[in-house]
Design a binder for this molecule. Structure first.
Ligand code: SF4
Length: 66
């Protein structure tokens, strides 16, 4: 199954819960908000981590597209 990630930068408050759950996919920008590190297809091995990041985001700023 294909998976991509969209981030709502306006909703992101920089908790970094996403980076803890999926550090291969989420990093932080210069002001500490989230930054998507893989903008294309997410490797299958990371799908579980991305789902955890999405469900852990307090601002619901992460959208998974599949
Ligand atoms: S957990 Fe959500 S709000 Fe917090 S940094 Fe990640 S995407 Fe942004």
């Amino acid at each position: 199954m294909n998976m991509k990630v969209l981030l709502d930068y306006d909703s992101c408050h920089g908790h970094q819960m996403c980076a803890i759950a999926a550090p291969e996919v989420f990093g932080s920008d210069e002001i500490g908000n989230a930054k998507v590190l893989i903008t294309g297809e997410i490797p299958a091995a990371l799908h579980v981590k991305v789902r955890r990041a999405e469900s852990n985001c307090p601002e619901r700023a992460i959208t998974i597209i599949e």
